[in-house]
Design a protein around this ligand. Structure first.
Ligand SMILES: Cc1cc2nc3c(=O)[nH]c(=O)nc-3n(C[C@H](O)[C@H](O)[C@H](O)COP(=O)(O)O)c2cc1C
Length: 448
């Protein structure tokens, strides 16, 4: 384990043009038109870079962002940029910030994904990150010719093989294999070529990849598994882990658990960074900040409130249950198990109505307070080993991102928690993660 002095806070920003809060796009200062406006995203990325964020992160589903279409028209989730296209463009208007995006292993092929993230890593000179997900939105299945979403365990089995193939493809060429030597006439040294020749349960991929090894060796692997299977997957493959705990104790439990699991796989726990979500709602006084949050909550339409619970809790249709009544018994789900369990427990423990549960879910990881209170919260969680960093989300954009950078970041810098200048040139270097050596791949994956 690294020593406390060597530990340094790392920060990511989750970017959703319409804002992280489900009703954020309706806020008077929100810019929902920014959703498909590149200049808006470029300004935002530069703001985050001014705040010395390690990375910005674009989440994704390969569908409109909802399970059904009934309430979608009341959210800002019907349109969003394809993330890698957006990140390639952002690479050209930024210099330091890491560029991470989701790509699902359920509705993609490893060759495409290896190639795209390798390209982004070359274009950005070592700033790419891949958030590996298995897809939580069942509607995605219908866009790829399937009636049903793959079963949870099976999705993770496929993901496991998927990641191994992608890494092997990234290692197709040794670091120094591509020499482009005009004098000898060798473009690359044949001895430095290592096609994966993979034959597995889900994929057969000969390789090699048609692009040389990414500057970072492997783009940084982000992950957010949280169920038992998801945690095992995250501990094996993840380097930055998104989590959703709201309470310090639960976050510490997750932190300790995932570090122990990673160590169990022979990994250095310091190279697995845990990033809980945090949605700061900053104002000059705590009362003002709370008022801002309440304003946002009041903008949630009834249809959206019902769907918010239904989409995240499982497969039970809630249309016949009154919003101001209790949550009925919820059967097991093939969606996100951890999220279902969290919501059922919350509703049960605090005797919440469906509307109240929707409000709590929408508030998510929101913390309303003064800049000092937000900085205190970040510092406490970091020192108490509940977090190595945070995945900061903004209820709407761009105002709250500017507030965070202008008012919270300087406090974190003054407390010696956050850098004042970028020290590395790649995302890996800034995060303090080692660059994987190509030879290690063969050892890790074959055990030889
Ligand atoms: C911050 C964060 C971002 C996520 N981004 C995505 C995403 O872009 N696409 C997606 O399908 N799932 C996303 N997820 C869901 C996770 O991939 C995962 O399915 C979820 O955390 C539940 O874990 P489990 O699969 O182990 O039950 C995200 C989760 C978190 C916490």
């Amino acid at each position: 384990m690294t020593t406390e002095t060597a530990r340094r806070l790392t920060l990511g920003a989750l970017i959703q043009g319409s804002g992280g809060h489900i009703a954020g796009w309706r806020h008077p200062d929100a810019r929902p038109d920014g959703q498909l406006d590149f200049a808006f995203h470029a300004d935002l990325a530069r703001t985050l870079e001014r705040g010395r964020f390690d990375a910005l992160f674009v989440a994704d589903v390969v569908a409109v962002w909802g399970h059904q279409l009934d309430s979608l028209s009341r959210t800002g989730r019907a349109e969003h940029f394809e993330p890698l296209t957006l990140l390639a463009a952002l690479a050209l208007v930024t210099d330091h910030i890491g560029l991470a995006a989701t790509a699902t292993t359920t509705y993609n092929h490893p060759f495409h994904i290896a190639r795209k993230f390798a390209s982004l890593d070359h274009i950005s000179q070592g700033r790419a990150g891949w958030n590996v997900v298995t897809s939580v939105v069942p509607l995605e299945a219908a866009n790829f010719g399937h009636d049903n979403h793959l079963e949870h365990e099976l999705r993770y089995r496929r993901a496991d093989e998927f990641v191994q193939v992608v890494k092997a493809l990234w290692d197709s060429f040794d670091d120094d294999a591509v020499v482009r030597d005009k004098a000898t006439g060798r473009y690359y040294e044949p001895t430095g070529l290592q096609p994966p020749h993979h034959e597995g349960e889900h994929f057969t991929v000969r390789g090699p990849l048609n692009i040389s090894r990414p500057p970072q060796g492997h783009p940084v692997v982000f992950q957010a598994g949280s169920s038992e299977t998801g945690r095992e997957f995250a501990a094996r493959h993840g380097e930055v882990l998104f989590t959703t705990q709201h309470e310090l104790g639960a976050a510490q439990e997750f932190y300790a658990d995932i570090k122990a699991r990673a160590a169990g796989y022979g990994r250095d726990p310091a190279h697995v960074l845990v990033w809980p979500g945090l949605t700061p709602i900053v104002a000059a006084t705590e009362a003002d900040a709370r008022h801002r949050l309440a304003e946002l909550q009041d903008l949630i339409h009834d249809d959206v409130a019902r769907r918010l619970v239904q989409d995240n809790i499982g497969d039970l249709d809630l249309s016949d249950y009154p919003l101001d009544g209790p949550l009925p018994d919820i059967p097991d789900s093939n969606r996100s198990k951890s999220r279902r369990d969290l919501l059922v427990k919350l509703a049960h423990d605090e005797k919440l109505t469906i509307r109240q549960l929707a409000g709590r879910y929408a508030a998510g990881t929101s913390v309303a307070g003064t800049p000092e209170q937000i900085a205190d919260r970040i510092e406490t969680w970091f020192h108490e080993r509940a977090a190595d960093g945070f995945n900061i989300s903004f209820p709407y954009l761009p105002g709250p991102a500017e507030d965070f950078v202008d008012h919270v970041v300087p406090l974190l810098q003054r407390r010696g928690l956050l850098r004042t200048e970028y020290e590395g040139s790649t995302l890996r270097e800034n995060l303090g993660l080692p660059r994987p050596a190509a030879a290690e791949r063969h050892l890790q994956e074959t055990g030889r």
